[in-house]
Design a protein around this ligand. Structure first.
Ligand SMILES: Nc1ncnc2c1ncn2[C@@H]1O[C@H](COP(=O)(O)OP(=O)(O)OP(=O)(O)O)[C@@H](O)[C@H]1O
Ligand SMILES: [Mg+2]
Length: 237
């Protein structure tokens, strides 16, 4: 599996949210996205996940354009947005089951798949609780289960560590690695550079919609904070 972002540009009125952004991502990689507020991370992820359209440029999954074939892209991509699941009155299980149904799973097959993903994401012990009764960390597990239920080749996570306590953050890093070890490609944004240092096989540093640098290889021995400070000035548009 290969994801190619090609010369992506997104304008919102006079704001250029994404400016000639190109990068590739392969199966098994965990690519981080770092960048100050407003640097275009969410906009890029939304476009890859077919929730928004670019002004120009394209995104290809194994050579197939997500703009031309959004349904194929949606099968290939699991997206965890930067907000938590809503619908407070339904249980975690009902929530995940709803999405399995929407993806076309039926009967025993759906039951098996939902059980499997609840096991994988640690939702099983809390699956009968309503979403309103769950902690932030638990809601993130439910959100991950939802994003993975259709077994996508690519997982996109927008700020998954946002608001999580240290234990839940550590747990989340472990999930990201587990997902990549299944051979999925992972794209993850975070303001917590230590998290990216720990899990990523590469990192994009963005500012004002532009890619300032792509750092390659295991990030464990790289001082991402220093690189970030050197490359970004904290300007806003
Ligand atoms: N729907 C929209 N309408 C107008 N402007 C938008 C819209 N969405 C994003 N923008 C603008 O595009 C730019 C990039 O925003 P984006 O949310 O992609 O940044 P980000 O890197 O995800 O930021 P953060 O770290 O705060 O999540 C910002 O200047 C933002 O104000
Ligand atoms: Mg964002």
């Amino acid at each position: 599996m290969k994801l190619e972002v090609k010369h992506l540009r997104k304008e919102f009125g006079k704001t250029v949210a994404v400016d000639d952004l190109s990068f590739t991502l392969h199966a098994g990689e965990i690519l981080g996205m770092a960048g100050p507020n407003g640097s275009g991370k969410t906009t890029t992820m939304n476009i890859i996940a077919t929730l928004d359209e670019p002004t120009s440029g394209d995104v290809l999954i194994d050579g197939v354009s997500v703009l031309e074939y959004p349904d194929a892209a949606r099968r290939a991509i699991g997206f965890m947005p930067d907000y938590l699941p809503g619908q407070p009155d339904i249980s975690a299980h009902e929530y995940i089951d709803f999405f399995a149904r929407a993806y076309g799973f039926t009967g025993k097959n759906r039951k098996r798949r939902v059980n499997e993903i609840e096991e994988f994401t640690g939702v099983m012990p809390i699956r009968d609780k309503t979403l309103a009764a769950l902690s932030r960390g638990m809601k993130q597990r439910v959100s991950l289960a939802r994003a993975l239920v259709h077994d996508p080749a690519i997982l996109i996570m927008d700020e998954p560590a946002n608001g999580l306590d240290p234990r839940a953050r550590i747990e989340f890093r472990a999930y990201a690695k587990k997902v990549a070890s299944l051979g999925k490609a992972v794209l993850v944004s975070s303001h917590i550079l230590a998290d990216l240092n720990d899990i990523c096989t590469g990192c994009l540093v963005m500012e004002l919609g532009r890619l300032k640098r792509r750092i390659e290889g295991d990030l464990k021995n790289i001082d991402l904070e220093s690189v970030f400070m050197e490359l970004t000035k904290g300007e806003v548009q």
